[in-house]
Design a protein around this ligand. Structure first.
Ligand SMILES: O=c1ccn([C@H]2C[C@H](O)[C@@H](CO)O2)c(=O)[nH]1
Ligand SMILES: [Zn+2]
Length: 181
């Protein structure tokens, strides 16, 4: 299932350096855009009828000749809150394939709207577990135009695994304080 590739066009100045857009080549940005638009077609959203597609671009491995992407789409449920967003479906898929922090070069999100849809708060936190704060999130509208923000911009002063003391520290502290759990 493929869409005619829409050309990604920024609607705001995007950071460009050495011919790269937020660190992505024109080819990588094109495939990030195409993949999240294609993924949108796989959404299960009979309740909201609001299709969302997400794509995760992996950092290239030394042996890879073409960009590698993992995709997801929103999956809803008759019990509405049980439904899952496209971003978490994509990231969950990546995680079970063994990817972790350091794997992800960029994230793409697309909808059928003229406007730009940014990941919800729950997805921002979910992504925070596995992405650097510098990771760019490209938000594409239905025409392939985009706005881009880093995860850190979308989730300032965030809480992440780095904040938690190690299990060893917690255990030791618990023992010192005479706590059981
Ligand atoms: O960034 C977003 C925002 C919403 N949705 C989904 C959740 C629900 O299925 C539908 C309407 O909120 O869109 C996503 O997948 N990603
Ligand atoms: Zn979400």
């Amino acid at each position: 299932m493929t869409t005619t590739a829409l050309k990604p066009v920024p609607v705001e100045p995007a950071s460009e350096q050495d011919g790269l857009i937020h660190g992505l080549s024109v080819e990588e940005l094109q495939i990030l855009c195409t993949k999240c638009i294609d993924a949108k077609a796989t959404a299960y959203c009979p309740y909201s009828l609001f299709r969302v597609g997400a794509s995760l671009l992996l950092h290239p491995s030394p042996s890879s000749t073409t960009p590698t992407l993992i995709t997801g789409a929103n999956v809803e449920n008759a019990a509405y809150p049980v439904g899952t967003c496209a971003e978490r479906v994509a990231m969950g898929t990546a995680v079970i394939q063994g990817h972790r922090i350091g794997s992800f070069k960029a994230i793409g999100v697309s909808t059928d709207m003229d406007d730009f849809c940014s990941p919800c708060g729950m997805c921002r936190q979910f992504l925070r577990e596995f992405c650097e704060l510098e990771t760019p999130i490209f938000m594409f509208n239905k025409g392939g135009e985009y706005k881009v923000k880093t995860l850190g911009e979308l989730l300032p002063m965030s809480f992440g695994p780095d904040v938690l003391p190690s299990r060893e520290t917690l255990k030791k502290r618990g023992e010192e304080e005479g706590r059981v759990g």
